[in-house]
Design a protein around this ligand. Sequence first.
Ligand code: DC
Length: 235
Amino acid sequence: MSNVTVITVDGPSGTGKGTICSRLAYFLKWNFLDSGALYRVLAIAAERNQIKREDELVQLVDQLDVKFNINDIESMAEVFFDGEVVTDVIRSETCGKAASVIAPIAAVRKALLTQQRAFCKEPGLIADGRDMGTVVFPNAKLKIFLTANIEERAKRRFKQLKQGGISVNLRHLYTEIAERDKRDSTRNVSPLKPAEDAIVIDTSTLDVKGVMEEILKLVVDRVPNLSRQVVDYLR
Ligand code: DC
Protein backbone atom coordinates (compact mmCIF):
# COMPACT_ATOMS: atom_id res chain seq x y z
CA MET A 1 0.00 0.00 0.00
CA SER A 2 1.13 3.59 -0.60
CA ASN A 3 2.93 5.85 1.87
CA VAL A 4 0.37 8.63 1.61
CA THR A 5 -0.85 9.75 5.05
CA VAL A 6 -4.44 8.75 5.69
CA ILE A 7 -6.74 9.79 8.53
CA THR A 8 -9.87 7.65 8.79
CA VAL A 9 -13.07 8.78 10.47
CA ASP A 10 -15.64 6.03 10.93
CA GLY A 11 -18.92 5.77 12.81
CA PRO A 12 -22.67 5.61 12.35
CA SER A 13 -24.67 8.35 10.63
CA GLY A 14 -25.50 11.50 12.56
CA THR A 15 -22.24 11.57 14.51
CA GLY A 16 -21.04 14.57 12.50
CA LYS A 17 -18.54 12.64 10.36
CA GLY A 18 -19.45 14.43 7.14
CA THR A 19 -19.08 17.93 8.60
CA ILE A 20 -15.88 17.09 10.47
CA CYS A 21 -14.25 15.32 7.54
CA SER A 22 -14.97 18.03 4.98
CA ARG A 23 -13.64 20.66 7.42
CA LEU A 24 -10.53 18.65 8.11
CA ALA A 25 -9.88 18.06 4.41
CA TYR A 26 -10.43 21.72 3.57
CA PHE A 27 -8.27 22.94 6.45
CA LEU A 28 -5.39 20.56 5.74
CA LYS A 29 -5.83 20.93 1.94
CA TRP A 30 -5.97 17.16 1.68
CA ASN A 31 -8.01 14.86 -0.53
CA PHE A 32 -11.43 13.83 0.69
CA LEU A 33 -13.40 10.61 0.40
CA ASP A 34 -16.99 10.25 1.60
CA SER A 35 -17.34 6.51 1.09
CA GLY A 36 -21.04 6.59 2.03
CA ALA A 37 -21.56 8.86 -0.99
CA LEU A 38 -20.09 6.13 -3.22
CA TYR A 39 -22.66 3.63 -1.90
CA ARG A 40 -25.40 6.22 -2.35
CA VAL A 41 -24.32 7.09 -5.92
CA LEU A 42 -24.14 3.41 -6.75
CA ALA A 43 -27.71 2.99 -5.52
CA ILE A 44 -28.83 5.82 -7.82
CA ALA A 45 -26.87 4.46 -10.77
CA ALA A 46 -28.42 1.02 -10.22
CA GLU A 47 -31.90 2.51 -10.15
CA ARG A 48 -31.31 4.63 -13.27
CA ASN A 49 -29.96 1.63 -15.16
CA GLN A 50 -32.63 -0.69 -13.72
CA ILE A 51 -30.00 -3.05 -12.45
CA LYS A 52 -31.13 -5.90 -10.27
CA ARG A 53 -28.43 -8.57 -10.71
CA GLU A 54 -25.35 -8.63 -8.50
CA ASP A 55 -22.86 -9.14 -11.36
CA GLU A 56 -24.29 -6.10 -13.20
CA LEU A 57 -24.03 -4.05 -10.03
CA VAL A 58 -20.36 -5.02 -9.67
CA GLN A 59 -19.73 -4.01 -13.30
CA LEU A 60 -21.35 -0.68 -12.59
CA VAL A 61 -18.89 -0.04 -9.72
CA ASP A 62 -15.96 -0.09 -12.13
CA GLN A 63 -17.57 2.65 -14.21
CA LEU A 64 -18.49 4.92 -11.28
CA ASP A 65 -17.04 8.38 -11.73
CA VAL A 66 -17.45 10.23 -8.43
CA LYS A 67 -15.68 13.44 -7.43
CA PHE A 68 -15.83 15.69 -4.38
CA ASN A 69 -15.35 19.42 -4.08
CA ILE A 70 -15.23 21.49 -0.90
CA ASN A 71 -15.77 25.21 -1.46
CA ASP A 72 -15.06 26.54 2.03
CA ILE A 73 -14.55 25.36 5.59
CA GLU A 74 -18.23 25.81 6.50
CA SER A 75 -19.62 23.87 3.54
CA MET A 76 -20.25 20.17 3.16
CA ALA A 77 -18.53 18.58 0.17
CA GLU A 78 -20.30 18.75 -3.16
CA VAL A 79 -20.66 15.36 -4.82
CA PHE A 80 -20.39 14.91 -8.60
CA PHE A 81 -21.50 11.78 -10.40
CA ASP A 82 -20.42 11.69 -14.06
CA GLY A 83 -20.06 15.46 -13.78
CA GLU A 84 -23.63 15.95 -12.47
CA VAL A 85 -24.08 17.54 -9.03
CA VAL A 86 -25.91 14.94 -6.91
CA THR A 87 -25.16 16.37 -3.44
CA ASP A 88 -28.83 16.82 -2.49
CA VAL A 89 -30.25 13.89 -4.45
CA ILE A 90 -28.09 11.36 -2.62
CA ARG A 91 -28.98 12.78 0.83
CA SER A 92 -32.62 11.64 0.68
CA GLU A 93 -33.68 8.93 3.11
CA THR A 94 -34.84 6.79 0.17
CA CYS A 95 -31.36 6.87 -1.30
CA GLY A 96 -29.80 6.15 2.12
CA LYS A 97 -32.04 3.14 2.48
CA ALA A 98 -31.20 1.86 -1.00
CA ALA A 99 -27.48 2.33 -0.24
CA SER A 100 -27.78 0.37 2.99
CA VAL A 101 -29.42 -2.50 1.09
CA ILE A 102 -26.55 -2.82 -1.41
CA ALA A 103 -23.81 -2.18 1.19
CA PRO A 104 -23.88 -5.74 2.64
CA ILE A 105 -23.11 -7.35 -0.76
CA ALA A 106 -19.55 -8.69 -0.46
CA ALA A 107 -18.79 -8.46 -4.20
CA VAL A 108 -19.89 -4.81 -4.27
CA ARG A 109 -17.70 -3.95 -1.28
CA LYS A 110 -14.76 -5.71 -2.88
CA ALA A 111 -15.21 -3.86 -6.17
CA LEU A 112 -15.50 -0.55 -4.31
CA LEU A 113 -12.13 -1.09 -2.61
CA THR A 114 -10.21 -0.05 -5.74
CA GLN A 115 -12.44 2.99 -6.24
CA GLN A 116 -11.94 4.10 -2.64
CA ARG A 117 -8.19 3.52 -2.56
CA ALA A 118 -7.81 5.61 -5.73
CA PHE A 119 -8.57 8.69 -3.58
CA CYS A 120 -5.40 8.06 -1.58
CA LYS A 121 -3.07 10.65 -3.12
CA GLU A 122 -0.55 13.20 -1.88
CA PRO A 123 -0.57 15.31 0.23
CA GLY A 124 -2.94 13.10 2.27
CA LEU A 125 -6.47 11.75 2.58
CA ILE A 126 -9.35 12.19 4.97
CA ALA A 127 -11.58 9.12 4.59
CA ASP A 128 -15.10 9.13 6.01
CA GLY A 129 -17.14 5.95 6.37
CA ARG A 130 -17.88 2.77 8.26
CA ASP A 131 -14.92 0.52 7.48
CA MET A 132 -12.21 3.01 6.50
CA GLY A 133 -9.95 2.07 9.44
CA THR A 134 -10.83 -1.63 9.59
CA VAL A 135 -10.81 -2.64 5.91
CA VAL A 136 -10.11 0.04 3.31
CA PHE A 137 -7.13 1.83 4.90
CA PRO A 138 -5.87 -0.51 7.65
CA ASN A 139 -2.49 1.29 7.69
CA ALA A 140 -3.97 4.74 8.29
CA LYS A 141 -1.83 7.01 10.46
CA LEU A 142 -4.75 8.03 12.63
CA LYS A 143 -8.07 6.23 13.05
CA ILE A 144 -11.00 7.98 14.67
CA PHE A 145 -14.36 6.41 15.50
CA LEU A 146 -17.14 8.90 16.24
CA THR A 147 -20.18 7.94 18.29
CA ALA A 148 -23.20 9.83 19.68
CA ASN A 149 -26.44 8.74 21.32
CA ILE A 150 -29.28 7.98 18.94
CA GLU A 151 -31.59 10.86 20.05
CA GLU A 152 -28.85 13.38 19.30
CA ARG A 153 -28.06 11.77 15.95
CA ALA A 154 -31.73 11.78 14.89
CA LYS A 155 -31.99 15.48 15.84
CA ARG A 156 -28.86 16.37 13.86
CA ARG A 157 -30.04 14.48 10.80
CA PHE A 158 -33.46 16.14 11.09
CA LYS A 159 -31.86 19.58 11.14
CA GLN A 160 -29.57 18.74 8.24
CA LEU A 161 -32.41 17.41 6.07
CA LYS A 162 -34.61 20.39 6.94
CA GLN A 163 -31.85 22.79 5.89
CA GLY A 164 -31.66 20.92 2.59
CA GLY A 165 -35.42 21.47 2.11
CA ILE A 166 -36.30 17.82 2.82
CA SER A 167 -39.16 17.41 5.30
CA VAL A 168 -39.14 14.34 7.54
CA ASN A 169 -40.73 13.19 10.77
CA LEU A 170 -38.28 13.07 13.70
CA ARG A 171 -39.78 9.89 15.20
CA HIS A 172 -39.68 8.18 11.84
CA LEU A 173 -36.07 9.28 11.38
CA TYR A 174 -35.17 7.86 14.80
CA THR A 175 -36.59 4.47 13.84
CA GLU A 176 -34.88 4.52 10.42
CA ILE A 177 -31.51 5.34 12.00
CA ALA A 178 -31.93 2.58 14.61
CA GLU A 179 -32.81 0.06 11.89
CA ARG A 180 -29.89 1.15 9.70
CA ASP A 181 -27.47 0.94 12.65
CA LYS A 182 -28.63 -2.60 13.27
CA ARG A 183 -28.21 -3.57 9.61
CA ASP A 184 -24.76 -1.93 9.41
CA SER A 185 -23.39 -3.40 12.64
CA THR A 186 -24.74 -6.93 12.35
CA ARG A 187 -23.92 -7.63 8.69
CA ASN A 188 -21.31 -10.31 8.01
CA VAL A 189 -19.15 -8.27 5.65
CA SER A 190 -17.30 -5.26 7.12
CA PRO A 191 -19.69 -4.66 10.02
CA LEU A 192 -19.62 -1.20 11.57
CA LYS A 193 -17.16 -1.35 14.46
CA PRO A 194 -14.10 0.62 15.59
CA ALA A 195 -10.71 -0.65 14.42
CA GLU A 196 -8.67 -2.06 17.29
CA ASP A 197 -6.32 0.90 17.10
CA ALA A 198 -9.07 3.52 16.64
CA ILE A 199 -9.65 6.37 19.07
CA VAL A 200 -13.32 6.63 19.99
CA ILE A 201 -14.78 10.12 20.47
CA ASP A 202 -18.33 10.53 21.79
CA THR A 203 -19.73 13.64 20.12
CA SER A 204 -23.13 13.68 21.93
CA THR A 205 -22.24 16.77 23.96
CA LEU A 206 -19.62 18.30 21.67
CA ASP A 207 -20.15 20.89 18.95
CA VAL A 208 -18.26 20.80 15.64
CA LYS A 209 -15.48 23.02 17.00
CA GLY A 210 -15.08 20.74 20.02
CA VAL A 211 -14.74 17.63 17.87
CA MET A 212 -12.32 19.39 15.49
CA GLU A 213 -10.14 20.35 18.45
CA GLU A 214 -10.10 16.80 19.83
CA ILE A 215 -9.09 15.41 16.44
CA LEU A 216 -6.51 18.09 15.68
CA LYS A 217 -4.77 17.43 19.00
CA LEU A 218 -4.40 13.82 17.86
CA VAL A 219 -3.20 14.99 14.43
CA VAL A 220 -0.40 16.99 16.09
CA ASP A 221 0.77 13.80 17.79
CA ARG A 222 0.59 11.50 14.79
CA VAL A 223 1.43 13.74 11.83
CA PRO A 224 4.34 15.89 13.06
CA ASN A 225 4.93 17.73 9.77
CA LEU A 226 1.46 19.27 10.11
CA SER A 227 1.92 20.42 13.69
CA ARG A 228 2.53 24.09 12.98
CA GLN A 229 -0.52 24.53 10.78
CA VAL A 230 -2.70 22.70 13.30
CA VAL A 231 -1.39 24.54 16.32
CA ASP A 232 -2.36 27.79 14.59
CA TYR A 233 -5.95 26.53 14.35
CA LEU A 234 -5.99 25.45 17.99
CA ARG A 235 -4.70 28.80 19.20
O1 DC B 1 -22.73 7.37 5.67
P1 DC B 1 -23.91 7.25 4.77
O2 DC B 1 -25.24 7.34 5.52
O3 DC B 1 -23.86 8.18 3.59
O4 DC B 1 -23.83 5.75 4.16
C1 DC B 1 -24.82 5.23 3.32
C2 DC B 1 -24.91 3.71 3.50
O5 DC B 1 -23.71 3.09 3.01
C3 DC B 1 -25.07 3.27 4.96
O6 DC B 1 -26.11 2.31 5.07
C4 DC B 1 -23.80 2.59 5.31
C5 DC B 1 -23.15 2.24 3.99
N1 DC B 1 -21.73 2.43 4.06
C6 DC B 1 -20.94 1.32 4.24
O7 DC B 1 -21.45 0.22 4.35
N2 DC B 1 -19.60 1.45 4.27
C7 DC B 1 -19.03 2.65 4.16
N3 DC B 1 -17.69 2.75 4.20
C8 DC B 1 -19.81 3.81 4.01
C9 DC B 1 -21.18 3.67 3.97
